[in-house]
Design a protein around this ligand. Sequence first.
Ligand code: SF4
Ligand code: SF4
Length: 108
Amino acid sequence: MTYVIALPCVDVKDRACVDECPVDCIYEGNRSLYIQPDECVDCGACEPVCPVEAIFYEDDLPDQWADYYKANVEFFDDLGSPGGAAKMGVIDKDHPLIEALPPQNTGE
Ligand code: SF4
Ligand code: SF4
């Protein structure tokens, strides 16, 4: 099982969750962050600090954001398990689901 980052993170990316993760498994793409499902230890530390409530335990993901499970998993299809986000910096891509979104959270 894993935690998942859903739509509310897109174009927000304040990285509050990154500081809480004991295993450094929250990776940054261009428009969203993504949790590496094999590295996540399900500790739950990231979930309450997200200011936009974007983080959910896999089983608690709201139906309308069910696809974000796949988005988090598939983001790592070519990356595998890098073993730590800090050394990766911003990864120059997003999952196609997120790439296709219009600008989010513009405050309008
Ligand atoms: S649940 Fe824990 S291990 Fe998983 S991403 Fe959140 S802080 Fe990291
Ligand atoms: S705390 Fe929430 S909004 Fe901020 S980077 Fe993490 S998932 Fe995205």
